[in-house]
Design a protein around this ligand. Structure first.
Ligand code: FAD
Ligand code: NAD
Length: 474
């Protein structure tokens, strides 16, 4: 066995180079600290870059472009840019995007003097980690502080006959070598819903199977009702309240047996029932840290310290919200705290973007939450087809819903379904975090023609209703 003989003492060791580890490392380096990043994969970037966020969003964009999805409002449902779309067409854009992103990240580490080693880290004690490379060499590294940013891996229970060809987990799916004619997806969380809608846009016959009777419960139910309607309208079979009893293979074809007697036969099965913290190789027992049933670590939600104060944990390994965006912020906050620099307080509301087809994005409270808190409120709705930009783009669906406090006029929640939702949401987010009111939307002039005009339309709708309410109460 070879032993690595490079510098072995650092101010901080960051385990994992996904969004959380990357930000923790760069922030520490900006504070003048010596930083070692340990990465188990061959390349830096994490799940976000290699199997999660970026590949799935690149796939989505490629599908929308090649299918001509965005133009179908004008040219009809049968319109296609490329008639015969193959897996290779989907993958070529992925490789280019990923290579570019890895290069940017490597350069960022280099510029900031962050050292990277490739290997799997495990704690020896609260001051040392041992790193084993793919070739089997082992090195021991010391630091005053550690940041655990190891992320997650797909949940792969024993009863699923994964074979990486017709039965896949959510890391395998971005490597498919053919596009199936039919696909069963188990789990209607964010990943399941995104892939269901993306493959359905490719004309794959999709069946989405979910044990709960509703989906994406953290999003306003009116938006989800509209989204579900659109999915069903274009032929996605949504089997909600369906518990999977057994998964078998007939040759290579998966068969999903659902409790109650129904079964789903498909060319391909995607198992998307959540993810588990990648903590098992870390030997956390050696430092006295426990994990929950899904391998996640508990932290102080303000500082991201674990129960061992100089060891932090950030990103997906600590659980909700498990977003690349929030993971980056957590990494930065942890690094600042570790080196005594007070980070600005995290904003009250962060947006959630679901890159389904169509997109969903949400910030702040849902109508059910507002009602549950007993706040007097009014909603305003705008349909994208009411905007001139929507007409120009041939958009037939898409909506925005804003919720305002009647007493203060404050924007409490903003929920968008449709083209550009994940970009548009930031206007609502800014107003909300700056404690803005309905007046902002009523008084300001928006570019025309834009989809952002929907903000004006929705605010006017809410204002009209508020006026009616106050007249009724007078
Ligand atoms: C299909 C999919 C789509 C997604 N889409 C979005 C999206 O659109 N928007 C969004 O905000 N979020 C999205 N996410 C979530 C996002 O990818 C995660 O929130 C983000 O990657 C978490 O970052 P992280 O740094 O915590 O962990 P990761 O990105 O998982 O990185 C962890 C890194 O640690 C390394 N590692 C693990 N164990 C060790 C060890 N023992 N030693 C050394 N290295 C180790 C891993 O190899 C990995 O590189 C998506 C996730 C998936 C799966
Ligand atoms: N656009 C985005 O921001 C984005 C996109 C994808 C993923 N992510 C993140 O990645 C994380 C993982 O996403 P996910 O969709 O895999 O997980 P999830 O936990 O959100 O959803 C898993 C779904 O599978 C169902 N399920 C659980 N166990 C099951 C079982 N045994 N059989 C059948 N169904 C079962 C659950 O009811 C749930 O609906 C999420 O926390 C999410 O935040 C974010």
């Amino acid at each position: 066995m070879n032993y690595v003989t490079a510098q072995n003492t650092y101010d901080v060791i960051v385990i994992g180079s996904g969004p959380a580890g990357r930000r923790a490392a760069v922030q520490s380096a900006k504070l003048g600290k010596s930083v070692l990043v340990v990465e188990k994969n061959r390349r830096v970037g994490g799940v976000s870059l290699h199997t999660g966020t970026i590949p799935s969003k690149t796939l989505r964009e490629t599908v929308l472009n090649l299918t001509g999805w965005r133009e179908r409002g004008f040219y009809g449902r049968s319109y296609r840019v490329k008639k015969d779309i193959r897996a290779v067409d989907l993958l070529s854009r992925q490789h280019k995007t990923l290579d570019h992103e890895v290069e940017v990240l490597e350069h960022q580490f280099q510029r900031n003097g962050v050292t990277t080693i490739y290997g799997t880290a495990r704690f020896v004690d609260t001051g040392r980690v041992e790193v084993m490379t793919a070739q089997g060499s082992i090195g021991t590294y010391r630091a005053e502080r550690f940041v655990i940013a190891v992320g997650t891996r797909p949940f792969r229970p024993d009863y699923v006959p994964f074979n990486q060809v017709t039965v896949l987990d959510t890391d395998d799916i971005i490597q498919i070598d053919h596009i199936p004619r039919s696909m069963a997806i188990i789990g209607a969380g964010v990943i399941g819903v995104e892939y269901a809608s993306i493959f359905s846009a490719l004309d794959v016959q999709v069946t989405l199977i979910e044990p709960r009777t509703s989906i994406l419960d953290f999003v306003d139910s009116e938006i989800i009702a509209e989204f579900t309607h659109e999915m069903r309208d274009r032929g996605v079979a949504m089997r909600l309240g369906s518990t999977v009893e057994q998964i078998t293979l007939s040759g290579m074809r998966p068969i999903v047996q659902i409790a109650g007697g129904r079964s789903v036969h498909a060319d391909m099965l995607l198992f998307a029932a959540g993810r588990v913290g990648a903590t098992s190789p870390l030997n956390l027992e050696a430092i006295g840290l426990a994990v929950d049933h899904r391998g996640r670590v508990t932290v102080d939600s303000n500082t991201f310290q674990t129960s061992v104060p100089h060891i932090y944990a950030v990103g997906d390994v600590i659980g909700f919200p498990s977003l690349a965006s929030t993971s980056m912020e957590q990494g930065r906050i942890a690094a600042c705290h570790a080196f005594g620099v007070p980070p600005p307080p995290a904003p009250e509301y962060f947006p959630y973007g679901i890159y389904a087809v169509p997109e969903i994005s949400t910030v702040g409270m849902s109508e059910a939450e507002v009602a549950g808190r007993g706040i007097a409120y009014e909603c305003g709705i705008a349909r994208f087809r009411e905007t001139s930009r929507g007409q120009i783009m041939g958009i037939q669906s898409g909506m925005m819903k804003m919720i305002f406090s009647i007493k203060t006029g404050r924007l409490l929640g903003c929920h968008i379904l449709g083209e550009g939702a994940t970009e548009l949401i930031h206007i609502g987010q800014a107003v909300m975090n700056l404690k803005g009111t309905i007046d902002f939307f009523l008084e300001n002039t928006f570019n025309y023609p834009t989809l952002a005009e929907a903000y004006k339309i929705a605010a006017l709708d809410a204002w009209n209703r508020m006026a009616m309410t106050s007249r009724a109460m007078a």
